[in-house]
Design a protein. Structure first.
Length: 399
């Protein structure tokens, strides 16, 4: 079978960012064929030591920096800044996530880099953006999840605001940063424009994903409150426990599905109850609606619940942990988890590249490399430095 083309072949990216949001932009671009060079401070990206490790190897780093070439560089030094400028000449995209004005302090701000390479697209990831009264504040995904309003509407009604225990805001920001990068490249390459910088805060993408809250407040004075797993827009929508102590999630977003679920769980009388004929009515009497569904599910094992819901063509999903995901035939059939051979860990598994594309699919070629693995390849072969030059730069702490 002929090898599929790489959608971003020929695009060169410098990923000078750390931790999650910025590196994930680089990961997504690399998955689809961009040549992504990960620039780490000589002391290493903190993500190498964040989260689970095996034999001292950070697993999160292995994923977020897969398909990249890794070099070390301290471009806060004069020599390091000059190395970065040399690389910028042949770069399409630069990703950085230093605090606002830090790159300018090092002589590497947008106004300087765009002169070196007018075609450059510079993705600037910060907690609060490059402007505004909070532009100098440090910001992480957790802060964005709180500041955006997400945490205020997440959690049980009488409980505290709830934070996710994974990089939600970072992941959303990375998705926005990736498509913004592609917009910028399209504008440059198809419409004949120049490069540009992208001002990507972490809080704004998740704020937008929360939906029409600004309109609801502006037009109706409504401030959304926490409702646990329930929805103010429709019912039933919740998680329910089965007889064998598993959990399932249900969402009913059309009248026909509502009728089928209520008929299954409570019979025709419940499905025809005048109180339950509109979304507003079901939300008003949500305790009764949830009670019918919860009681029925609690009397059946998981496999029976899934089969019965499938028979009546109603949406239901098991609440999985990662061990169950590994065994699920849907995940297996779509190769959502792939196998790789890693230089440090041997055989490993990680998520595939999404979404699937018919002509230019993602390709996971390797996990995140060891620190500075490609120093000689890039500095000597591409920038034509000698090995003795590298030794001197290493002594000075530049690489």
């Amino acid at each position: 079978m002929a090898m599929k083309k790489r959608a971003l072949q020929g695009i060169r990216v410098l990923d000078a960012s750390t931790v999650i949001a910025g590196p994930t932009i680089g990961m997504l671009l690399a998955d689809f064929g961009a040549d992504v060079i990960k620039i780490e401070h000589p002391r290493g990206d903190v993500l190498r030591e964040t989260g689970h490790q095996k034999d001292g190897v950070g697993l999160w780093f292995k994923m977020a920096n897969r398909n990249k070439r890794c070099i070390t560089m301290n471009f806060s030094t004069i020599e390091g800044a000059e190395l970065l400028k040399k690389l910028i000449k042949t770069t399409d995209v630069l990703i950085e996530n230093f605090r606002t004005n830090t790159m300018e302090k090092w002589g590497l701000g947008w106004d300087t880099l765009k002169v070196i390479n007018p075609r450059l697209v510079m993705v600037r990831v910060t907690g609060f953006g490059q402007t505004g009264p909070y532009k100098m504040r440090p910001g992480f995904g957790t802060i964005a999840e709180a500041f955006s309003g997400f945490s205020n509407v997440t959690g049980e009604k009488n409980g505290p605001p709830t934070l996710p225990n994974f990089g939600l805001a970072d992941g959303i920001a990375a998705s926005y940063g990736t498509f913004a990068t592609m917009f910028a490249l399209y504008y440059r390459d198809v419409q004949g424009g120049n490069g540009q910088f992208i001002d990507l805060s972490i809080y704004e993408p998740i704020f937008q994903l929360l939906g029409p809250q600004p309109m609801a407040y502006d037009q109706l004075g409504i401030i959304q409150e926490r409702m646990g797993n329930r929805s103010r827009n429709n019912a039933p929508r919740n998680t329910y426990q089965t007889l064998d102590k598993h959990w399932v999630a249900i969402s009913t977003n059309s009248p026909s599905i509502v009728r089928r679920v209520l008929t299954l769980c409570g019979g025709e009388d419940v499905a025809n109850d005048p109180r339950f004929q509109t979304p507003a009515g079901r939300v008003e009497f949500i305790e009764e609606v949830d009670g019918v569904v919860a009681n029925w599910i609690l009397q059946h094992n998981l496999i029976d619940v899934l089969e019965k819901f499938e028979e009546v063509e109603a949406a239901v999903g098991p609440v999985y942990n990662i061990a169950q995901i590994f065994e699920d035939p849907q995940y297996i059939a779509r190769n959502d988890i792939i196998n790789l051979n890693d230089e440090d860990l041997g055989k490993i598994k990680m998520t595939a590249g999404f979404p699937f594309m018919s002509e230019t699919p993602a390709e996971i070629r390797h996990a995140g490399p060891s620190k500075g693995k490609h120093n000689v390849e890039i500095y000597c072969k591409e920038l034509k430095l000698g090995v003795e030059d590298l030794d001197l730069l290493k002594e000075k702490g530049v690489i």
